[in-house]
Write a protein that binds this ligand. Structure first.
Ligand code: NAD
Length: 367
């Protein structure tokens, strides 16, 4: 990868947001690390989240929750979590009596997020919850209310908000680096394997839109900094494909934002996509790929000149940045940049997308 000069990296309109993030991290180091209980020891938890605590300054794993004793044994030994800090789903509520646990990180199938977030708040713990926050607006609202009542923080695992290229793209798009934004295109999808909970509506709450299309939606919202006021969606699903008996495959959706920006988005469970482009009056900002675990690539066309934009490898990757962010909010008393309200905002639009696709008409979204 080509690394730009320091002037190139820190100069220009991208500097503000990058430096703001760094300043937060560089400020007075909190005295202790926040203890997380990991709830659900599946693929994302064990392959991405748990290993990345090693890069955290303010967060550590102190407890594990799983329905599989062998996993508790294996990962407990690997991460130094003693038997007293390993829980089954049945004794989940006993986390209340463990003062080492400050926060829980819910990494379960989507429809279980609300139940465990609410139980965690009731047990007096802060909550980090994976995307999608839940499977309905009503559940999102109940989670926010439970955390508010308990006086606990609620953050959604929107990791791209802690990834430098996405942060730069937000800054460039919102500051009009390529002129005022006219269009956004955002595409996310992958060919899904059969035989998993993602294809079982009671556990997933929906198909590609809940799982991967949410990245297109979330990007359109964070790149504009606006909430869409109207959505128009078209779904295409081959119901004879055994994978798609209960959930949708493809959805294409258009969002209209208050400033007039139009976002044209793709969600797919049968084709590969991971990109977005912000087109302004003077050019475009391209991210391809945009939201993978690593390897984001940015290209900018401004006034007819096309050039890559490169950043140095960050001191902290997006996973450690996300984990430390909630920890710092707890330690210093801040509000997460991706609170429950952010998950709720996505869910409101997802419900409108499903409604539009079902009705065959555009749907207005109330503020
Ligand atoms: P997974 O299937 O690998 O893991 C899910 C875990 O939940 C498993 O350990 C399973 O045993 C457990 N579980 C508990 N109760 C269950 C039940 N009733 N049915 C099925 N499993 C049950 O899934 P995953 O890929 O780790 O996804 C978990 C969550 O993380 C999802 O909400 C997903 O959207 C999210 N995720 C986020 C990212 C990201 O980049 N932010 C990436 C992958 C997954």
């Amino acid at each position: 990868m080509v690394i730009g000069s320091r002037r190139d990296i820190l100069g220009g309109v991208g500097a503000g947001i990058m430096l703001a993030g760094m300043a937060t991290r560089a400020s007075a180091a909190p005295s202790r690390k926040i203890g997380y209980a990991i709830v659900g020891l599946g693929s994302y938890a064990t392959r991405q989240i748990m290993p990345n605590f090693a890069g955290c300054d303010h967060a550590r794993i102190v407890a594990l929750v799983s329905g599989t004793p062998a996993k508790l044994e294996t990962y407990g030994a690997q991460y130094g979590v003693p038997a007293t800090h390993r829980y089954s789903y049945k004794d989940f509520d006993c986390i209340r009596d463990n003062p080492d646990i400050d926060a829980v990180y819910i990494i379960l199938p989507n429809s279980l997020h609300a139940e465990y977030a609410i139980r965690a708040a009731q047990a007096g713990k802060h909550v980090m919850c994976e995307k999608p926050m839940a499977t309905s607006v009503a559940d999102c609202e109940a989670m926010i209310a439970a955390c508010k009542k308990a006086g606990k923080k609620l953050m959604i695992g929107y990791r791209s908000r802690f990834e430098p290229y996405n942060r730069l793209a937000i800054d460039l798009a919102r500051s009009g680096h390529v002129g005022p934004t006219r269009f956004i295109t955002a595409e996310h999808g992958f060919p899904i394997r059969a035989g998993q909970w993602r294809l079982d509506r009671p556990l997933s709450g929906g198909g590609s839109m809940m799982d991967i299309g949410i990245y297109s939606l979330n990007a359109a919202r964070y790149l504009t900094g606006e909430e869409p006021v109207e959505v128009s969606a078209v779904e295409s699903t081959d119901r004879s494909d055994p994978r798609f008996r209960t959930v949708e495959d493809r959805i294409s959706f258009l969002l209209r934002f208050p400033s007039g920006i139009i976002a044209n988005c793709i969600s797919s469970y049968s084709s590969s996509h991971n990109s977005y482009r912000v087109t302004g009056t003077q050019g475009w900002i391209d991210m391809d790929p945009a939201t993978p675990y690593e390897g984001q690539t940015m290209t900018i066309r401004k006034d007819g000149v096309v050039a890559p934009r490169t950043l140095p490898a960050p001191a902290k990757n997006q996973f450690a940045g996300q984990l430390d962010h909630l920890a710092e909010c707890i330690l210093k008393g801040g509000t997460p940049i991706v609170p429950g309200e952010e998950g709720l905002a996505d869910m409101r639009v997802i419900e409108a997308i499903y409604k539009s696709a079902a009705q065959g008409t555009s749907v207005r979204i109330k503020a």
